[in-house]
Design a protein around this ligand. Structure first.
Ligand code: COA
Length: 204
């Protein structure tokens, strides 16, 4: 039976997630996409990407499966927790082209995008975004609501803290740690640990 799915958020990333749902359904019919929930006053009615705008998550009747498609890590966590408190269930969406080793652990509400690889022994927490063409090496731990933007390379044995952002085409050498809520700027390669809450850019 198809699972009813709501995408939370109705911006560009949310439309990409709708495309991912279509890609998954093409391989194996899995989800019936009901529409998008968003709090923004200008996203309360009408359509987004051909699906209805349903208003805030509080408007949903019954209990549904949802994916929180909000790019900002802090907001994604807050809105996901709001939806879960209402009894809705977060689901992970994995592109059919992604390659995950058999022992990889993926928490609820994660996304793994086109052509991404997650290697042996790695663990993703809840609500983690692994965008397109990301490479996660072996034995990597990624904390809750962290985000790996397109083209990121995480070397083996690294730890990416909860809420951290690895910008587009950034990377990190083996066994280093990016702290909680830290940022590694687009195109920046981290050669040492990045402390919690700090931003590393220009060190390449
Ligand atoms: C690092 C980052 C977070 C800094 O953002 P910010 O605090 O708003 O910084 P600003 O844009 O004001 O830039 C501040 C300075 O850092 C430089 N800088 C910013 N990002 C940089 C980067 N990735 N690499 C090198 N230098 C960078 C800017 O050129 C600027 O230099 P200046 O002071 O000499 O003019 C941001 O630039 C970034 O890389 N974010 C990642 C975004 C991303 O990849 N998104 C993908 C979504 S899928």
């Amino acid at each position: 039976m198809m699972r009813e799915l709501v995408i939370v958020g109705a911006g560009g990333f949310a439309r990409e997630v709708a495309w991912l749902v279509q890609r998954i359904n093409r391989v194996s019919p899995t989800f019936r996409l009901l529409g998008f929930c968003d709090d923004a006053p200008d996203r309360q009615s009408g359509q987004c990407g051909g699906y209805p705008l349903l208003g805030p998550v509080e408007n949903l009747n019954g209990q549904v499966t949802f994916f929180c498609a909000i790019g900002n890590n802090r907001n994604r966590k807050a809105v996901s927790e709001r939806a879960e408190a209402l009894g809705h269930t977060p689901v992970s969406l994995i592109d059919p082209t992604a390659q995950l080793a058999p022992d990889v652990e993926v928490g609820a509400g994660c996304l793994i995008g086109i052509d991404s690889i997650v290697s042996v022994g790695s663990r993703l927490g809840r609500g983690v975004i692994v965008n397109h063409r990301v490479c996660v090496g072996h034995d990597v731990t990624v904390g809750d609501y962290a985000q790996l933007c397109p083209g990121v390379c995480i070397s083996g044995g690294c730890g990416i803290g909860a809420g951290a952002l690895m910008g587009t085409l950034s990377g990190i050498i083996p066994l280093k740690r990016v702290g909680a809520d830290a940022t590694v700027g687009a195109g920046t390669f981290a050669l040492r640990d990045v402390p919690d809450g700090t931003t590393l850019a220009r060190l390449r």
